[in-house]
Design a protein around this ligand. Structure first.
Ligand SMILES: Cc1cc2nc3c(=O)[nH]c(=O)nc-3n(C[C@H](O)[C@H](O)[C@H](O)COP(=O)(O)OP(=O)(O)OC[C@H]3O[C@@H](n4cnc5c(N)ncnc54)[C@H](O)[C@@H]3O)c2cc1C
Length: 118
């Protein structure tokens, strides 16, 4: 397989594009919006960023969450200190960073809606 089309440039598509382009394949990625600020958050767990260190070692703006509060009506609340912080990105920034990695690896990005395949 020499040429690959990837439909969708969310985290899955963008990461696949980066990996395949890095391996020398010709990759075209199609997404109707490319990076966008969708409601699906940019929260990343320790498990994710320790397995893929590029998710933490980059210049993209992010926040570290080291303390969290769980609350329920009539029960009260409890504060938890996290040994391994959660990382929070804006979803737009996270997606853009993943797509830029794909592009740097040689993938071609196209902003278009895919309506059929042949
Ligand atoms: C409310 C909410 C909050 C979430 N918060 C988190 C979180 O904090 N941390 C976390 O890790 N996960 C979170 N998730 C889960 C996370 O968003 C998904 O697991 C992740 O987005 C899946 O990635 P994906 O690349 O498979 O799909 P998607 O991110 O859905 O990407 C699919 C892409 O395909 C494109 N597309 C779709 N149809 C077409 C078409 N016909 N033509 C062209 N392009 C098309 C879309 O524009 C989109 O960019 C959350 C999910 C929801 C719903």
């Amino acid at each position: 397989m020499k040429r690959v089309a990837i439909l969708g440039g969310g985290p899955a598509g963008a990461f696949a594009a980066e990996q395949l382009a890095s391996a020398g394949l010709e990759v075209l990625l199609f997404d109707e919006k490319l990076a966008w600020e969708k409601p699906c958050g940019g929260g990343l767990t320790y498990k994710a960023y320790s397995q893929y260190p590029f998710l933490i070692n980059n210049a993209t703006p992010k926040r570290f969450v080291t303390e969290t509060v769980l609350a329920a009506p009539k029960v009260g609340e409890v504060s938890l200190k996290l040994d391994d912080p959660l990382l929070i990105y804006s979803r737009l920034d996270l997606n853009r960073m993943l797509l830029e990695r794909a592009e740097r690896a040689g993938a071609q990005l196209e902003k278009t809606r895919v309506s059929e395949m042949t």
